[in-house]
Write a protein that binds this ligand. Structure first.
Ligand SMILES: NC(=O)c1ccc[n+]([C@@H]2O[C@H](COP(=O)([O-])OP(=O)(O)OC[C@H]3O[C@@H](n4cnc5c(N)ncnc54)[C@H](OP(=O)(O)O)[C@@H]3O)[C@@H](O)[C@H]2O)c1
Length: 336
């Protein structure tokens, strides 16, 4: 990527963020965000990736407050144990636990899936939330994937596929299991380079992050198409939390960090507000049996036009299968 295209990618990402901030500010001035209310979910089990911090922590806490069994999938044992302790204390729900999962390692994801299955628990909700953003230097995961596409996208691609049988076994018509995947408004300015998903020819932290978030939208739509074709009682939706005051911004331009520090309380959503759409997608009766949607502020909205391109969805799915060792059943399922 030339310097010019890297600068263009950065500008586009910042412009997407700024547009969301202006909309959030307007909404705050016009009455603010109204906390949604959801029915209790005492018999249901959820996994939340990246549930140790930020939006994931708030999501895990809200699900626990609804009475769910919540498993936090995280890669930092100390922080995860603290998160579990705090959630248990604050929600008075004892059914919260931590299971180690480093999403930047396919081996760790496989071990996580095995460890979860050993528990013989059902699985009703999988929240694919963990992520990194704008890592300044091109960094590789254990398996040699560029970190944004590897962790944010391929990690969740593999995890979801390894847990699909548990989701399918736990969903029922009228009470479907749900896959909730956290994307971002940056997907609107993302470009998918199928020939160079790992940014090996040149690297822009902004383009790499936006690409990973775009891939997650394409993934969710194709997953829903497969589930529909197989008649499975599982839905897959993708959510956009807005611009949220979390540590995700640790790598952004210092000026943005300064603005966030001073005005974050006003411009940004709180982590709890940022979690509302994820929780909505996970539990609301309004979405019973409804999948393949892009949700923002607890409402369906349109994602980038290219995300509806079925050929691109299939191509990305096939490429992801070959990179993660997942069997691609697309052709078989659609030819039935
Ligand atoms: N904040 C926003 O404005 C915003 C906007 C749009 C979308 N999002 C999306 O929302 C999601 C949550 O972001 P956030 O704002 O809550 O960020 P955050 O506060 O930085 O939380 C990210 C979470 O991901 C976990 N994580 C990072 N690397 C991991 C790994 N290798 N394995 C397992 N877990 C890992 C982190 O755990 P450790 O720190 O312990 O590694 C942490 O719990 C992300 O997907 C992000 O792209 C956020």
């Amino acid at each position: 990527m030339s310097l010019l295209s890297a600068a263009r990618a950065a500008l586009r990402v910042y412009a997407a963020g700024a547009a969301v901030i202006v909309a959030q500010l307007l909404r705050r001035c016009l009455g603010g965000f109204v906390e949604p209310v959801f029915p209790p979910q005492p018999e249901r089990v959820a996994i939340v990736t990246g549930g140790t911090d930020g939006i994931g922590y708030a999501t895990a806490k809200r699900l626990a407050r609804l009475g769910m069994t919540v498993i936090i999938a995280g890669n930092n044992k100390v922080r995860a144990q603290e998160a579990v302790k705090k959630i248990k204390e604050e929600t008075l729900n004892d059914k919260v636990e931590f299971l180690y999962c480093n999403l930047a390692s396919m081996g760790s994801i496989q071990q996580f899936a095995q460890a979860f299955k050993k528990k013989k628990l059902p699985l009703h909700v999988l929240v694919n939330n963990a992520g990194v953003m704008m890592v300044p230097q091109r960094t590789m995961t254990v398996d040699g994937f560029e970190e944004h596409i590897g962790l944010n996208y391929l990690g969740h691609f593999l995890l979801t596929n390894l847990l699909l049988d548990a989701l399918k076994d736990s969903g029922r018509p009228g009470c479907t299991a749900r896959v909730v995947t956290v994307s971002s408004a940056t997907h609107y300015v993302g470009e998918l380079d199928l020939d160079d998903l790992h940014s090996s020819s040149s690297y822009s932290p902004h383009a790499a992050y936006a690409q990973s978030k775009l891939a997650l939208v394409l993934f969710s739509y194709h997953l829903q198409a497969l589930l529909d074709a197989q008649g499975c009682p599982v839905t897959a939706n993708v959510v956009d939390p807005g611009v949220v005051n979390t540590d995700l911004y640790r790598h952004v331009f210092w000026g943005t960090r300064l603005v966030k520090k001073i005005f974050g309380w006003w411009f940004f959503k709180t982590p709890d507000e940022g979690a509302w759409t994820s929780v909505y997608a996970a539990v609301t009766p309004e979405l019973e049996g409804v999948g393949g949607r892009y949700l923002y502020n607890e409402k369906e909205t349109k994602s980038l036009e290219v995300t509806y391109d079925l050929k691109l969805q299939r191509q990305l799915w096939a490429r992801s299968c070959s990179m993660t060792g997942v069997l691609d059943v697309t052709q078989e399922v659609f030819s039935r």
